[in-house]
Design a protein around this ligand. Structure first.
Ligand SMILES: [Zn+2]
Length: 238
């Protein structure tokens, strides 16, 4: 049985959100580990919930229609105007719409998971854009502008969740570490590339973000250590 920690009520196991407050039901709050609830759960015959028909269109057909349109665009591009790469933008748009918008909504993906997933998809999209724009020769636009800001957006989202929800669960900290590592890696790679004379950066944005991420780590470490201290005081009577 699922459990809403906010409303303090048990919720049907098929539901992903609390019917009272609408908040996401974190699997770690499930009360299956509690013997009484486990026995109760087996004794009760729960009705099977059916989703409304609307969601199934969004889930299956919408992505398929977009895929067909993308394939048509690519074929037209190759047949009519093979010199330009305009259909690459259509394909990139398709990946973004399905991966970042349609899939998470249809499958009710938790926000934190989505933030991580978006970083990976959007990085791939940014690199694909680079290839579409200048035939694989890296240009400063995505490497030095788009990619770093993408990770900063992820970090800000997670920071806001930590500040407003006051929750210090593992997946939040995991997502923050993931995003910060993603933000640090481009700068480290740029330094290596400059050392080896492969690429010279034209802006200081990556550099600034590198230090912003370090400051972010320090702030979060302080917040977490205080919460850790409070937890220890409460639970261990220190
Ligand atoms: Zn609730």
């Amino acid at each position: 049985m699922k459990y809403c920690a906010k409303c303090k009520v048990n919720v049907h196991r098929q539901l992903d959100n609390c019917p009272l407050c609408g908040s996401y039901l974190d699997p770690k709050d499930n009360n299956d580990k509690c013997e009484i609830y486990r026995e109760m759960d087996q004794a009760v015959a729960y009705p099977v919930l059916h989703e409304k028909g609307k969601a199934s269109f969004f889930k299956s057909k919408f992505a398929l229609i977009l895929l067909v349109l993308t394939v048509i665009a690519v074929v037209l591009n190759i047949l009519v105007d093979p010199q330009s790469h305009w259909s690459a933008y259509v394909a990139i748009g398709f990946v973004f719409t399905v991966g970042v918008v349609v899939f998470p909504i249809a499958n009710k993906i938790p926000l934190l998971k989505q933030v991580r997933w978006d970083s990976v998809i959007c990085t791939a999209i940014a690199i694909a854009m680079e290839f579409a724009v200048c035939d694989g020769k890296f240009y400063w636009l995505t490497v030095e502008f788009v990619i770093p800001w993408l990770y900063v957006a992820g970090i800000i989202t997670v920071d806001c969740l930590i500040i407003f929800y006051h929750r210090n669960n593992k997946s939040m900290f995991g997502t923050l570490t993931f995003e910060s590592a993603f933000a640090l890696v481009p700068q480290i790679l740029l330094w290596i590339a400059e050392r080896c004379d492969w690429y010279s950066s034209k802006t200081l944005i990556n550099f600034v973000i590198f230090f912003a991420v370090l400051v972010n780590f320090a702030v979060v470490a302080v917040v977490y250590s205080r919460q850790l201290k409070e937890d220890m005081e409460r639970n261990l009577n220190v």
